[in-house]
Design a protein around this ligand. Structure first.
Ligand SMILES: Nc1ncnc2c1ncn2[C@@H]1O[C@H](COP(=O)(O)OP(=O)(O)OP(=O)(O)O)[C@@H](O)[C@H]1O
Ligand SMILES: [Mg+2]
Length: 265
């Protein structure tokens, strides 16, 4: 199983759309995918996909049900663990609660090829925690200087404070392919100059495409409604690149969760 965290410095750059559509693309490639809506402040994977969860992670934390009870299998094949707005940050849980949650995460990820965390924007403890638990991290930016500066701030924090190296950069809302590469080059150059060997990998870029907001309004993945749109074609390329990248992974979710969460407690 590959465990991926998707985050960004700036909000609204397209994380949730990317995660939902990547899950569908992976599923089409025979890779069973589970999304955890880990944007615990402003959860919205469920809204994007038109799901109406009766229970979510809040009910698991309060002991009303188990994680397994809240997993939703979507009509697209992939599964979703829904969150809800205003849930306590997981990093503030008591050690016994963390342990129980860790065991439940292992249980629900049996048979899963890709476990993806859709995170909130910014650099909260929650965002850092899931970036550390994951084995690979995708940071999303747009070509806007503000989004680029915030993506750099997140990369810097992960690298300098937590020695995290395996980071992929994805550029969303580009005009043309060249723009994605330029954005990557600019961030990679600054990172190399001021931080050292960060090992930032270019994962690709997604064009600014009106079929994305159109699909959002219909609460379906754009890859499902508009499979030939520019955004869908870009997304499929990114999915293939991700499948080609075969990182050497140390330990499973369990080992990582234990090691990494120490760093933040
Ligand atoms: N490639 C694209 N082309 C056009 N519009 C896009 C594209 N990607 C995302 N959008 C639009 O940007 C908006 C924000 O997308 P999304 O909710 O996925 O961002 P986010 O990073 O998850 O936001 P948040 O930080 O609030 O979690 C959506 O309304 C979506 O329609
Ligand atoms: Mg989001």
């Amino acid at each position: 199983m590959r465990v991926l965290a998707v985050s960004s410095g700036k909000g609204g750059v397209g994380k949730t759309n990317f995660v939902a559509n990547l899950a569908l693309a992976l599923e089409k490639k025979g890779q069973h995918t589970l999304i955890f809506d880990a944007d615990l402040g402003l959860a919205n994977v469920d809204v994007l996909l038109g799901l109406a969860p009766k229970r979510d992670i809040r009910h698991v934390l309060s002991g009303e049900c188990t994680l397994k009870d809240i997993v939703i299998r979507t009509k697209y094949g992939f599964e979703v663990i829904p969150a809800s707005s205003g849930v306590l940050e997981l990093t503030r849980l008591a050690p016994s609660e963390k342990l129980s949650l860790k065991e439940q995460f292992e249980e629900v990820s049996q048979g899963v090829d890709f476990f993806i965390f859709d995170l909130g924007a910014g650099i909260s403890d929650n965002v850092l925690f899931f970036n550390l638990v994951a084995q690979e991290r995708i940071v999303i930016t747009t070509p806007e200087p503000t989004a680029m500066a915030d993506a750099y701030a997140l990369i810097k924090l992960l690298f300098v404070r937590h020695q995290v190296k395996r980071i992929y950069l994805l550029v969303n809302l580009i005009r043309d392919e060249q723009e994605g590469k330029t954005v990557y080059r600019q961030i990679a150059q600054v990172a190399e100059r001021f931080l050292g060997p960060v090992g930032l990998t270019y994962l690709g870029a997604i064009r600014n495409d009106p079929s994305v907001p159109r699909a959002v309004r219909q609460q379906e993945p754009f890859l499902h409604l508009f499979p030939d749109s520019p955004a869908s074609r870009d997304l499929l390329q990114i999915c293939e690149k991700l499948l080609r990248l075969k990182p050497k992974i140390e330990g499973g979710l369990e080992a990582l969760w234990s090691q990494r969460s120490q760093a933040l407690s």
